[in-house]
Design a protein around this ligand. Structure first.
Ligand code: PEP
Length: 242
């Protein structure tokens, strides 16, 4: 049995005053699932004092040094995180992150004792020209390090065109990609059947139940709908019931 994860990515949002939302999320009953929030680094230490998992949104591939503005995986751990995202599409686009860079960051995260949530997904043009599974194959092969195990790595499938747009793939499209990812993990890793695969992209309370019923969907990575407890807790509830 894979334990399900409801993960929230707060991106470059939230101030001290928003910690109350995290507190409400942390105090919502959710024994059956893992709940993880990835706040901006400014809130990480405070949020890590709450009864929920926390994560960074990115980490550097190096363990320390002259990298102004970056954050090391060990610093995320030191602030109380147990996870970090790597390879989010906004990092791939805004910072030109390649699969090789994401692979190195994921190794750094794992070496620091974090669980890497490695994000992959196709763009709209890749979806429309029929290359989704080829792109996914390249990202899986390139971004996931060989040291990945079900204990230190989670995969998040996030179609770029579904992130923050309100557009969402059909259940058949999500199922096709998740099954494809599962086959890759099973072929490559001894415990590939135990690795968790999250869906991300415009998940909301209104579509969560349908998404969580899809085979090989082990939870969600949620952006906008994770910022407010009123939006996120129904998603947690839907996952706990799935
Ligand atoms: C995300 O940023 O990972 C994400 C899935 O965002 P949203 O839920 O807002 O589409």
């Amino acid at each position: 049995m894979r334990r399900k994860i409801a993960a929230g990515n707060w991106k470059m949002n939230a101030m001290q005053g928003d910690l109350a939302e995290a507190s409400s999320i942390a105090n919502h009953p959710a024994d059956a699932i893992d709940v993880v929030l990835c706040p901006p680094a400014t809130l990480l230490a405070q949020m890590s004092a709450l009864p929920l998992g926390t994560g960074g949104q990115d980490c550097h591939a190096n363990s320390a040094g002259a990298h102004t503005g970056d954050i090391a995986a060990s610093q995320l751990r030191d602030a109380g995180a147990s996870y970090t995202l790597t390879g989010h599409s906004e990092r791939r686009t805004d910072h030109g992150e390649t699969n090789a860079m994401i692979n190195a960051k994921s190794v750094a995260a794992i070496d620091a004792g974090l669980i890497a949530i490695i994000c992959i997904g196709e763009t709209l043009s890749e979806r429309e020209n029929g290359s989704t599974l080829t792109i996914i194959d390249g990202q899986l092969a390139g971004s996931i390090p060989d040291c990945a195990t079900a204990l230190n790595t989670v995969i998040a499938y996030e179609p770029v065109w579904a992130i923050g747009t309100g557009k969402i793939p059909s259940t058949a499209q999500i199922g096709e990609v998740h099954d494809h990812i599962r086959a890759h993990l099973q072929n490559r890793f001894a415990d590939g059947n135990d690795m968790r695969i999250l869906y991300g992209g415009s998940v909301k309370a209104s579509n969560a139940q349908e998404i969580f019923a899809i085979a090989n969907v082990d939870g969600a990575l949620v952006g906008g709908a994770s910022l407010k407890a009123a939006d996120f807790t129904p998603i947690m509830d839907a996952l706990a019931k799935a």
